[in-house]
Design a protein around this ligand. Structure first.
Ligand SMILES: Cc1ncc(COP(=O)(O)O)c(C=O)c1O
Length: 398
């Protein structure tokens, strides 16, 4: 018999995908160069040369049986050592290979982390606004999603609401910094306060509450700053990382979970991930991509274009009177729409060839998201369209 649950999920098609399809249809009609598509978070800069060169080198020099063979259940030990050394050097941690588990991107990392620290009926807290895929990521494990409302000033953490919702049923918190869609980067103060709450509540409930930190945008931070590393602040942290954005290789599907060595059952969690893989059919990511990633994990694409684009867009939005918080990183910005119904707002924008995404599915109704991972030349042309749209449709805005 067919599974009604997944059949039903087909009805909730992603708004982002639908808008992107609409952009493609428009592009076929009026030329793709004339459609300003801010819908998808696909990196717009190529992978660094070092990644390509590494792939060529390992293809030409490594034993093909090793290169194309199965990796051990918990991942290639050489790569795990390389990743641990890189994290230790960059963030002052003390990971060993046994704490690292290569995965198919951040999605694969989160799938393992969630299953290892929750059971059927537990709650997992997320913080609005959040990546809509967190809904299936969490709900399909048998745990339930619990949403803490947004801090709409700076998009840090609404601690008042967190204190209310952090009950004995909560097994884990899933955070995302730098954040998709707001672009906010959690400050040291935010992470220190979060750790204090987690320690206090863990003691009160008599069990440790895990922190799952989703960090695919860790390397895209502006103004010469660095994103504070969440695991440094709270020991029971599982860091979920992806090279999709930093190396511009989302199609390679590569990332990892790093288990804080001071975390509960730190010596067992990676082995548990291996067992979880057996059930969900994930198994190790591609051997060749894993090896290349281990050798280039300290490199990035040229990410500077995102900051250039952000500054152009932010300045224009402010000039036009939008309420918007300046992003600290990522390639997203989330302004308030100029009418309450952000879906209606984004539909109107389409008439001006601007593909903007209503942030309702990010649990931020009334806002919209722009993914500015597009060419700067196109961003500049799009700002004329944005000015025309806003001045014609909302002449009486405050
Ligand atoms: C916040 C967030 N988490 C996880 C993912 C999934 O990343 P990956 O492509 O590495 O699976 C994305 C992808 O856009 C994301 O924005």
């Amino acid at each position: 018999m067919i599974n009604e649950h997944y059949l039903h999920m087909l009805e909730n098609k992603s708004v982002i995908r639908e808008l992107s399809e609409e952009a493609t249809r428009k592009g076929a009609k009026i030329g793709y160069e004339n459609v300003f598509d801010y819908s998808l978070g696909n990196p717009s800069v190529p992978a660094p040369e070092s990644y390509k060169e590494t792939l060529m080198e390992i293809l030409n020099t490594m034993d093909p049986m090793e290169l194309h063979g199965y990796a051990p259940t918990t991942g290639n030990p050489v790569v795990k050592k390389e990743l641990a050394a890189s994290l230790n050097k960059r963030f002052g941690m003390n990971y060993q290979d046994i704490h690292i588990f290569p995965t198919a991107g951040a999605a694969g990392a989160i799938a393992h982390a969630l299953r290892a620290v929750t059971k059927e009926g537990d709650e997992v807290i997320v913080f609005a606004p959040f990546f809509p895929e967190y809904n299936p990521y969490i709900n399909d494990t048998g745990a339930r999603i619990r949403i803490v409302e947004a801090d709409t000033e700076a998009f840090q953490i609404n601690f008042e609401d967190l204190e209310k919702k952090l009950t004995d049923n909560v097994a884990a918190l899933l955070i995302n910094t730098p954040n998709n869609p707001s672009g906010a980067v959690y400050t040291e103060e935010t992470l220190t306060r979060l750790a204090e709450v987690l320690h206090r509540k863990s003691a009160e409930f008599g069990h440790n509450i895990f922190l799952i930190s989703d960090e695919p945008y860790r390397e895209i931070v502006y103004d010469g700053k660095k994103a504070p590393y969440a695991a440094k602040f709270y020991e029971h942290t599982l860091t979920c990382y992806s090279f999709s954005k930093s190396l511009s290789i989302p199609g390679e599907r590569i990332g990892y979970v790093a288990v804080n060595p001071a975390c509960e059952k730190a010596d067992k969690l990676v082995a548990m991930f291996g067992q979880i893989s057996r059930g969900i059919g994930h198994n190790c990511p591609s051997s060749i991509v894993t090896i290349a990633m281990g050798r280039t994990c300290d490199d990035t694409s040229d990410l500077s274009v995102y900051e250039t684009n952000m500054n152009l867009i932010y300045d224009c939005l402010k000039e036009l009177g939008f309420t918007v918080t300046r992003p600290g990183g990522t390639f997203y910005i989330m302004p308030k729409a100029l009418e309450e119904d952000s879906v209606a707002f984004c539909k109107k924008a389409l008439e001006y060839n601007l593909v903007l995404v209503p942030a309702d599915s990010f649990h931020a109704p009334g806002y919209f998201r722009m993914a500015y991972c597009i060419d700067t030349e196109k961003v500049k042309r799009s700002l004329d369209a944005l000015r025309e749209f806003v001045n014609k449709e909302y002449p009486d805005r405050a």
